[in-house]
Structure formats: C-alpha cells, structure tokens
Design a protein. Sequence first.
Length: 724
Amino acid sequence: MSKRPRKQRKGKGKADKINNAAQLAERILHFLDSHYGEEYSLKQIIRKLNIRDKITKGSVEPVLHKLVAAGSVSKNPRNHFSSTKTPDFIEGTVDFVNPRFAFIVPDKKGEGEEDILVKARDLKNALDDDKVRVMVNPPKHAGQKREGRVLEVVKRAREEFVGRVEISPRFAFVVSDFKKMHHDIFIRKSDLNGAEHNQKVVVKITEWRDEDKNPTGKVLQVLGEAGEHEVEIHSIMAEFGLPFEYPDEIVQEAEAISDKISKSDIKSRKDFRGVTTFTIDPADAKDFDDAISYQRLPNGNIEMGVHIADVTHYVKPNTPLEKEAYDRATSVYLVDRTIPMLPERLSNGLCSLRPHEDKLTFSCVFELDEDGQVLKHWIGRTIIHSDRRFAYEEAQENIDQQEGDFYSELTLLNNLAKKIRKRRFQQGAINFETVEVKFKLDDKGTPLGLMVKERKDIHKMIEEFMLLANKAVAEFVFNKNKGDDTFVYRIHDHPDLERLETFANFAKKFGHEVSITEATRVSATLNKLMGEIEGKPEQNLLEQLAIRSMAKARYTTEPKGHFGLAFKHYTHFTSPIRRYPDMMVHRLLQHYLDGGKSADKEAWEDKCIHSSEREKRAADAERASIKYKQVEYMALAEDKAYDGIISGVTEWGIFVEITETKCEGMIRLQDLEDDYYEFDEKNMRLIGAKNKKMITLGDQVRVRVVNTDIDRRTIDLEFADDND
C-alpha cells in the first residue's frame, strides 16, 4: 500500500506552491529585485524560493531565460542571474533599536511615509546613527510596511566606543556601554594598550569584514577601573565625544584678550551703569550671562532691561576661539561638572556679568505699563554695572519676606512677569513644568541624597523676561524685511495629532480627558491636564510622555513659529556664554542694526543643523550622567519595596518609574513566573495567557530592586508583595 504524502507543517520550512509559469516568474522577479546587486545560480534561486517539487524545479530555468530575454533579469558568463531593475534608493540614518532589527529614518521623508525596517543581517555592518544608502524592497502585498536592505554605509557616526574590557587567555572583547551598540568589539592581545580585565577603555574600530560577526578594534585609551566615579563620568564624556580640556592655543588666545573697556567702546553704546541692575542665578553658578535692570520712567511707566553678555565683542570671527566655540556649540551640564563652551577666562571672567564691575552687553529694553503690556522696546549694545548678584533662593526670600536688597523692585518685576505669563498661556502657550532631579554628592562623587528641583516664582520671572527678549529680537529681524533677511530662529512644529491621540488614550487611564479633536484646542487641553496632575504620582510620567508626543524644537533659518510658546517668531538671544546659536543671533542682529544686507542662507542653515545636533548630544550625555547616578543611588539605597508607575511596556519587559526617587527600572518578562504574557502593542499592555491578568501602561505597582548594572546604566526590578 502506498504511503499518503506527508502533510507539510506550517511555519518555517514550508515549501511554497507555485501554480503556473506567470506566478513563478513573479516570485523569481520579486526575489531578485529585493536582492539588487547580488547574483544567484539556478540552484541557489531554487533553494532560496524553497521550491521542492520536481515539476516546478524544472520550470525555473526556462522561466529565467524568458526573463533574461525580456530584459528583466541579466545573466553573467558564470550562469548567475541578477535583477536589472533600478531599485528605489534612499539615504537615511540608522536607528538600531534592538539586536534583531533597525529602522532607517530617511533624510527626506514624504508626508505619511514610514521609516524603513531593516533586519540586522541586512544592515551591512551599519551601526546606530550611521548615514546609509538603503534599497527599499518591493512590497509583497498591499499595505505591507516598508522593508529594505543597506547597500552602503555612507558615513560612520562614530568609530570610537567606550566599554569594559573582558580578557580571556587567547583574546579580548570590549563590551560597549552604548545601549544601541549590539556587537562586542574583538581586540587582539597586542592591541590592548596595557588595559586589564574589567577596566573601562576607549576603543576604535579598525576593521570589520563582511564575513565577520564582530568588528575588530584597538584600545586607544585606558580610563580606569569600572565603577569608579571619575572613570564612569570620563566614560560618558568619551562615549558622547565630549572634550576633556581645551587645546593650549585656545587657552592662550582667551588669556590674551584684554579686560580693558576703551572710551570708544563706551561711546558706541547706551550707558546703563546708573540704572539699578542685578543678576539672579543658581547659587553655584559662575557664568552670569543675563542681568535685569529696572527704573520708573517720568511718565509713570516701567523700564525693564534684559542685558546679555556681549560675547561676540570678545570672540571674533574666524579665530581659533570662535571655531572651538562652534565645534562645541553648547555647554554640557553633567551630574557633577560643567563642560563649558567657552574657556573660563571668558565664561567666568570677561563675559560674566559679575557685580560691581563695568560689563559690555547686548540689550533688549522694554517700556511696560502696570499690566506688563509692552508699549515699546529698544535693541542695541550697552554697558552696565550690576549692583547685586542674587542666588535664586535669596531673591525669592526677599520677595516672600518683603525685606532685603531690592525687595520692592523684585516684587514689582515678579508681579509684571506673572501678568505676562498669564497672557502667554491665554494665547496658547503650553505650561510644561518638567521634574528635574539633582544629586547631593560626597567628595568621591558617591550620591548621598536625591532632590527634586523646585521651580518658584523667581525662576519663572527670569524665564518670562528671557522669553520676552528672545521673542522681541526674532520679531524685530523678521519685521525689518518681511522675513527675507536670513536669521537664526528657534522653531517648534505643531504636534502630530496621531501621536497626541496615543498620549490622550494613555492619560485617560489615569482618569484625565485630553481632547485633541481640534488642533486649536490642543494647548488649552494640555494646560488643563498639567494643572490637574500637579503634585500627583503620575505628574512626572505624564509630563514626560506629553513632551515626547511633541515635535522637537530646533534651530533653523526658516522663519516659522514656536508651537509650545505660541510665538509667531522666536530665537535664542539670552545665553551666548553657553550656546553658540545665541552668538550667531548676536552677530546677525548687529549686522542688520548696521544696515547690512541679508546673509548667506545656506551657510547659516548649516550652522543651525550643527547646533541642533550638538544640542541633542549634550542632552543625551546629561541624561546618561543622571541615569548613572540614579543606578548608583538605587544600588546603595535601602532594600525595600517602592511605589511606582508603569512607564513603558514592551515585548521584552515592563518599565517602572519609582515614585520616590524618579528612577526608572525594568521588570524582565522572562522573570515573570506566574504566567506567560503576550504583548498587546496597540493598547500598550501585557495579557496573561492563562490568568488573563492585564499589566498596563500607567498602572500603580509595588517593586523591589533586584540588580543594578553601572556599565549599562540599568536597574532590574521585580514586583513586590502588597504587604512588603
């Protein structure tokens, strides 16, 4: 008796049934088109298409010859076949989200166009943030997500990585600290540069052949023992390419700048030295780049001046000092130190608006009525003499106690700022009050305590006057020539309503209604939400998620508006000691005040793009340093159960923000033993296969710390019993 044919199992290994020659030709073409630039033999094509029956196997060769005759396929002298179709090539940036796949974010993205998914095996050794040329595969069916294959790495984002050395008897590897570096780096013993097991090092990739699973590198610098504070901070600096010090020529150039203010300098400026002026900054600040002046005018109105350090008076174009400032583009504030944009001679000396010293400034001076309405303003270069340097806490105390230096002036200015602020929100600005964490460190950098920074009226007052000046400068230049003059704007696009809808659904889980049916109502509904959540456990989480649902602010020469602030035009004018774009604004502003013609748009746009990229790098490094201290703090914290909120749900784990410390950790799905949980991506939740228990974004939970990893800056958690 003949055996019945074995039923083909579903899943991997299933042979595809191909009914006719046309269907076979379509399958062959799709395969070759999807593998542009690669050549396959007849046997390889049969194997790749998983063809098993003899009849279809025999049909492949004649179909291929017909495709060659039609010009759809080419054949080389070795009888290998390849596609002749010119595929869609796209250049973009790699977002290497996990070890299995990455997304390519196109440089030029059409409306509604998705990122391109590329499996790890098709990345051609591309790494996170690399610029690549990718081929988009033809879709197998309508509605399929775009997938592709990297053809070429156009530009490496980085060749140097920071990590921990692991040495075995015959070879060594460096395990990178960077979470999106999913490959260990092979190191020959001869290229260890004296590094020992478990030390932190800077390694450079020197070779990565297509056939190699891992790149090969050599150790450039040994940072020290993993886990030590100074080593870990230096690791973060090296990881993000932050400079450790200034080149000697830059320091010498800064030291050589004269601190004398000439008579001609004074004569060319408005003199505010006789007007009451003070600075208000953090208690530990040394660079004071903004000051406020106040005087009552004879007509009863108030004159309030925003005076900004005139950095570009000292830092001249095309000098090494200017080039260094441009390259850094911003000061970086790590958890225990500042990496300044300008050398100390300038940032803490010449340009810092220290009390009881004459200082050169660029100013925006407003005439205000009692309601804080701007009646007129003047912009230009000035000289000031600060009467007092306040720490925020001192100035706030003088307002609260109604006594002390300049308490009446501070009180009046604070009341004006409140009125200006109220109007700004009425006009559509969004009131984001993000939670900032600050650590108390001992001499060795060990975290002794964690504090949440409190924003009081005095912080908001200074912020409001800086916003007013930035807006006035942007509007002045725009209105001067109806927006045709090239200028540096700070823009913030309108949010994507689809992303806002996702956020609104999440906020609903906490009982908050966020209406986004009308774009014009987005600001009002978000402000209402911010008021409702103030002081509640979910405040930090919802604020962070709301911000993530927004577009990112950036620098550009395009005169667009700022959605978050509800300003038609906005710029950064008020912090040139720590931000290069503010120096750009000062240069262009003076150029136009002097009657100059519009500057070269393309050159200034390139500077804007560079500044935006450097700003992102600084923010990422700052977050990494805070995360490092959070991990260290939780490693030293008391072993107890903590209240938390589920801040993220993925197919591999549950992220929980600990309410008390604002630290985020993860419960791995593989560690949940009570059930097998399936990921419901649409509703951002996990569902137990047997018990149907749901674990949802926003749930309040109790957790315990089970492990901390300084290298990866991660905290592993587990669910705690309710009675813990």
